[in-house]
Design a binder for this molecule. Structure first.
Ligand code: NAD
Length: 267
């Protein structure tokens, strides 16, 4: 096959919408066979799989809740069963449940931590176990395996009213770095991508009216909202041999949102 991910086999979690969908499509366009994990929207996942197959690519849809140990184990078993091996994991699934701290319920706190952080732990653990089992097989890439965790600019920017989400992404940052340190000797790479404001269903209220979009753009030096494809290109590169010496880092894809835009022109 052609493309920088030719002969690779990938699993993308939360791939039935938004960033995950664009990532799955992007990996497939780069030549990877893609397992499209979904939680609730099987129809969207199947539609993406059909689209990839129609374009000559290889894809399957796999249901599974990333926050549940048994389901994650089954998910990876099914991906391996379908493809014979796995080279790439994109741990993308994530949710928001916003509330001021006094109003935040324990259920809201736990739901976000369980999907965003525990979900990444469970998926990374299963991927690393699988990569290790494959270590004596011929492989299509320089690395034995590669993982990208979907973080956020909120791995560094504090976010009032979203303490659960920011805590999950701060946790994701050090999960990524600690795993990267642990498995680098085995030639397994672990990185994060930190999107800024990307136009997806998760943050619809911040871009769907002109007033909201105007407010949002004050936070983005580059002057436009991000699109899921902006993130997908960065993930594709990180997954490829082009990024072979890159591990334990976070690639920000944020139009400059982390550049303290409030300071621009104030000097
Ligand atoms: P989205 O709501 O479109 O996508 C989230 C996906 O995760 C959905 O497909 C959903 O079904 C899936 N999901 C939710 N719970 C799940 C579970 N338990 N198991 C499996 N899948 C589950 O939103 P998005 O913006 O595409 O978000 C994708 C990732 O990007 C998230 O981790 C989010 O935190 C991160 N992110 C998004 C933005 C942004 O501006 N949109 C910015 C920074 C980070």
């Amino acid at each position: 096959g052609k493309g920088i991910l030719a002969d690779r086999h990938a699993l993308v979690t939360g791939a039935s919408s938004g960033i995950g969908l664009a990532v799955a499509r992007g990996l497939a366009e780069a030549g990877a066979a893609v397992a499209v994990n979904y939680h609730s929207d099987g129809e969207a996942a199947c539609q993406l799989v059909s689209e990839i197959r129609a374009g000559g690519g290889q894809a399957i849809a796999l249901e599974g809740d990333v926050s549940r140990e048994d389901e994650v184990r089954r998910l990876f078993e099914e991906a391996r069963g379908a493809f014979g091996r796995l080279d790439l994991l994109v741990a993308n699934a994530g949710i928001q449940k916003d509330a001021g701290i006094a109003e935040m319920t324990l259920a809201e706190w736990q739901a976000v931590l369980e999907v965003n952080l525990t979900g990444q732990f469970l998926c990374c653990r299963e991927a690393i176990r699988l990569f290790r089992e494959q270590k004596d097989q011929p492989r299509p890439a320089r690395a034995l395996g590669s993982i990208v965790c979907m973080s956020s600019v909120h791995e560094v920017i504090p976010w009032a009213g979203h303490a659960n989400y920011a805590a999950s992404k701060g946790g994701s940052k050090l999960l990524t770095q600690s795993l990267a340190q642990e498995v680098a000797p085995e030639r397994i790479r672990v990185n994060a991508v930190a999107p800024g404001a990307i136009r997806t269903p998760i943050n619809r209220e911040s871009w769907e009216t002109p007033e909201a979009l105007q407010r949002l753009l004050r936070l983005i030096p580059y002057g436009r909202i991000g699109e899921p494809e902006d993130v997908a290109r960065a993930v594709t590169w990180l997954c490829s041999d082009e990024a072979d010496y890159v591990t334990g880092t976070t690639l920000f894809v944020d139009g400059g949102m982390t550049l303290y835009p409030g300071f621009a022109g104030n000097g």
